[in-house]
Write a protein that binds this ligand. Structure first.
Ligand SMILES: Cc1ncc(COP(=O)(O)O)c(C=O)c1O
Length: 399
């Protein structure tokens, strides 16, 4: 089948919920993926922050292969060792106390929202159910996660939304203060907004949010689904901002490409969920958990958080040089670690397409922000190559 036939067949049988690129990826190794026509691409999107170790990392594939021959699935009614090992390591890395395993980011956030409400209801009173999230946030596509997401375009058509969400301006402590009421049980936010346009808050903002939450006895939930697993230069982004939340959610990078989401909490709030109050058939199965362990152990052993921090800084510096050269198109290069954005004055779609034609996978978010979320193994040399290609594309766009 040629690509035209594959695309027609897909259209015939799959919901058209994704605006896909017109090529078919068949293989991946490290930073590279290959399509069915043999074209190679350097993957600077990494499955949207999923492939933290690159594609088909031997430690992950070998752990999965071994586990698949031993035990693939039993119900969560039974104990399994990989789940316990992964939870122990996550607790050590996070300084939090308990893990709940789910299959995706949205599900991890659902668990966080349920835990916050249950804890507040039992501990603080029946009327404490409101959660303040941020404008231009993204928390997922299920109904509660969608209601938490502060973007009308994501919510439109799915109303009525879940009751009890309010949206503050990201980065403004005053905006948050004005929304807090007797009913507020939690504040939920991404430390760095991803889908919202790679927005990094000012240095003191998250500390102020934490202090306000402590003062008002409000639960702080951090959605680290995109920022976590070393991406921003520390294992959790909150370490870099000098705070610790009550609840944190993870997904994307943790499963090494396999579907794994985690909601973690401290002991203060964790008791909110007891036997029978929440669950997942597949959550925390042995195969995804051995993959998760392999990911975390490799990040630690190969000091990939350090690489994220250093190569990320180098990357942003290089993009800043492009901003100086192409002022009319590029206005800001920003990010934290390897969560990197280049804000344009024009919609970025065409530039993303041109980059793909040149063999570089990136995407565009918030319409005008080119987003780069490469595996944490990316090298300066690979960054230099991408910058060269982007330089060419921007110079063509300028003409
Ligand atoms: C910050 C954040 N939260 C939640 C989600 C939803 O994750 P999933 O697509 O695994 O449900 C995403 C996905 O992009 C995300 O970036």
């Amino acid at each position: 089948m040629n690509n035209e036939q594959i695309i027609a067949e897909e259209k015939d049988c799959i919901f058209q919920t994704y605006a896909r690129f017109p090529f078919v990826i068949t293989k991946g190794k490290g930073m590279k993926v290959i399509d069915n026509n043999g074209n190679q691409y350097l993957d600077f999107l990494g499955g949207i922050a999923v492939d933290v170790l690159g594609h088909c990392h031997p430690k992950v594939t070998s752990a999965v292969r071994k586990q698949i021959n031993k035990l693939v699935h039993v119900s969560n009614l039974y104990y399994t060792i990989p789940q316990i090992k992964l939870a122990k390591l996550l607790c050590r890395l996070s300084g939090l106390n308990k893990c709940f395993f789910a299959n995706s980011g949205a599900e991890a956030n659902e668990a966080a929202i349920k835990l916050a409400r249950k804890y507040a209801k039992e501990k603080l009173g029946a009327d404490k159910y409101e959660i303040i999230t941020m404008k231009s946030s993204f928390h997922g596509r299920t109904m509660a996660a969608l209601s938490a997401t502060g973007q009308e375009k994501i919510q439109k058509g799915f109303e009525p939304l879940l009751e009890g969400f309010k949206y503050a301006e990201f980065g403004s402590i005053d905006s948050l203060k004005t929304l807090i009421s007797e009913k507020t049980c939690a504040v939920m936010l991404e430390p760095v907004q991803g889908e919202g346009g790679v927005k990094v808050p000012d240095a003191g903002y998250l500390k102020q949010v934490k202090e306000l939450c402590d003062e008002k006895n409000i639960i702080l939930i951090l959605d680290e689904i995109q920022t976590g697993i070393g991406r921003t230069g520390t294992f959790f982004a909150y370490e870099g901002f000098g705070i610790k939340p009550d609840i944190v959610t993870l997904a994307k990078g943790i499963g090494g490409g396999l579907p794994l989401g985690v909601m973690m909490a401290n002991n203060k709030v964790a008791f909110g969920l007891s036997a029978g109050s929440h669950g997942s058939t597949f959550g925390g199965g042995p195969v995804v958990c051995v993959a998760g362990l392999a990911v975390l152990e490799t990040i630690i052993k190969e000091k990939l958080t350090k690489n994220a921090s250093e190569t990320g800084a180098y990357f942003i510096e290089k993009l800043k040089e492009l901003v100086v050269r192409y002022k009319s198109i590029a206005v800001d290069a920003r990010g934290k670690g390897l969560m990197v954005g280049l804000e344009l004055t024009v919609p970025g779609k065409e530039i993303v397409n041109r980059m793909a034609q040149k063999g570089y996978l990136i995407n565009c978010t918030a319409e005008k922000v080119l987003r780069f979320l490469p595996p944490l193994i990316v090298t300066r040399r690979q960054i230099d190559k991408l910058i060269l290609a982007l330089d060419e594309v921007l110079s063509e766009a300028k003409l």
